[in-house]
Design a protein around this ligand. Structure first.
Ligand SMILES: [Zn+2]
Ligand SMILES: [Zn+2]
Length: 424
């Protein structure tokens, strides 16, 4: 449906279920404008909830100026197609197939935000500055990011500080990759208001904390290292104390010829759930990601819901496939840290793998996967276009072009305005 996206605009694109909403299909350019007063044939198809009575309904719509204005009752939560044809000189000519999604109230009140919750800079083993990584993140269509360098929290603050004198819509949250001493498990502190890595500096106090926690926990099942488990439990608790989201990272990443986390330990962590979110997709090999996805599905089949994120774990914006290609779409009431965190914990997120040149794959609850695929097709191109422009101006700004600040100020809120137009 690429032609439809380029030549026309449909609004609203997302409407409330079980209500009548008037949608407008507008031809944007001279060659695609509808002819005022001319009659067009519109055939409506509900994608999911159809009966013999409503599976296909035809109506004739007279164009108003350059647009078709169609009031319609949208049944249930599903996608709807409007196939438009002109009827000039008694001949039917296909113009386009236009799509609208209707949602039940809980999901309708939320908006989709794309984010990367795990990425590195030259302060650990990445190659670029936090400001650069942030600008490039906007260029690939992300709404929020956290820089999460190994052992370091301050690079995430540096990204925020780099843009503190200018108006940008990209949300930059604090973060760090937490490595508890002598432990193999990797943890991301997303959004926490203090550094957990910094707490390891007082090693004596930290060891005492872990020792007393080990005593509290008592004997562990066979194969579970008590020190490792107590350490990660302590870290996840500290991240919650900092009001952050504790992400259990890449368990099936193969490092030194073995999984990052031994399988019995993984089973135990999934049973006890000390973490807030599971890193379903990361910047690791397709094979490792595949295993994590399979493992996640198995957990869900057991009836155990798992909050998930997809991240790039990027170490450079240009030299690997993952940057901008594996990320999270969160359905949150607003783009604010605590709402994003709560939405992920409440299972309102999907992990997306959009390798350039391949059809994207979306993982998560079926209801959200279905909706996310619609958004990737119908909304993301409009959204990403605005992000690319902002990302380019952010790059100009940090390279020293002060005029870029004026452009950024003038265009602030453009994604918000697009959402206001597209959500009824
Ligand atoms: Zn890691
Ligand atoms: Zn990492």
């Amino acid at each position: 449906m690429e032609r439809e996206h380029e030549y026309f605009q449909v609004f609203p694109l997302v409407v409330p279920a079980d209500k009548t909403t008037t949608i407008t299909i507008r031809g944007l350019y001279e060659h695609s404008r509808f002819e005022h007063d001319a009659e067009y044939e519109v055939t409506y198809y509900p994608k999911e909830y159809w009966t013999d009575d409503n599976k296909q309904t035809k109506l004739v719509v007279k164009a108003k100026e350059d647009s078709l204005v169609i009031p319609h009752y949208f049944t249930g939560e599903q996608e709807h197609y409007f196939v438009v044809a002109s009827r000039a000189n008694g001949e039917k000519h296909h113009i386009g197939t236009f799509s609208v999604y209707s949602l039940l109230p809980g999901l309708f009140a939320r908006r989709p935000y794309k984010g990367d919750l795990h990425m590195h800079t030259h302060y650990s083993d990445g190659i670029e500055s936090p400001a650069y990584v942030a600008a490039c993140s906007r260029k690939v269509g992300l709404d929020f990011v956290a820089i999460t360098d190994h052992h370091k929290y301050t690079p995430s603050l540096e990204a925020q500080a780099a843009y503190s004198n200018v108006k940008v819509d990209l949300c930059m949250f604090p973060g760090e990759e937490v490595h508890p001493p002598e432990c193999f498990t990797h943890i991301v502190n997303f959004g926490g208001n203090f550094s957990v890595n910094d707490l390891f500096q007082d090693r004596k106090w930290y060891r005492q904390e872990i020792d007393s926690l080990m005593q509290e926990l008592g004997p562990m099942p066979a194969g579970i290292e008590p020190y490792e488990y107590a350490s990660i439990l302590w870290c996840f608790d500290k991240i919650r104390e900092a009001k952050g989201l504790g992400i259990f990272c890449h368990p099936h990443w193969v490092w030194d010829n073995r999984f990052n986390v031994p399988q019995p330990f993984l089973e135990y962590i999934l049973e006890k759930r000390p973490f807030d979110a599971f890193e379903l997709l990361g910047g690791i090999t397709p094979e490792d990601n595949n295993l994590q996805v399979a493992y996640y599905h198995e957990q869900r089949a057991k009836g155990e819901p798992v909050p998930i994120v997809g991240v790039s774990d990027s170490h450079g914006c240009h030299f690997r496939d993952h940057f901008g290609a594996t990320y999270t779409m969160v359905f949150s009431p607003v783009l604010e840290l605590q709402d994003i965190i709560e939405s992920i914990k409440d299972l309102y997120s999907v992990a997306i793998e959009a390798i350039p040149g391949e059809n994207p794959r979306v993982y998560g609850p079926f209801r959200l996967v279905k909706y996310a695929r619609f958004l990737l097709r119908e909304y993301a191109p409009l959204h990403d276009r605005l992000c690319i422009a902002e990302g380019n101006h952010m790059l100009d700004y940090i390279s020293g072009n002060k005029e870029a600040a004026d452009w950024l100020a003038a265009s602030q809120g453009q994604v918000r305005r697009l959402m206001d137009m597209l959500w009824a």
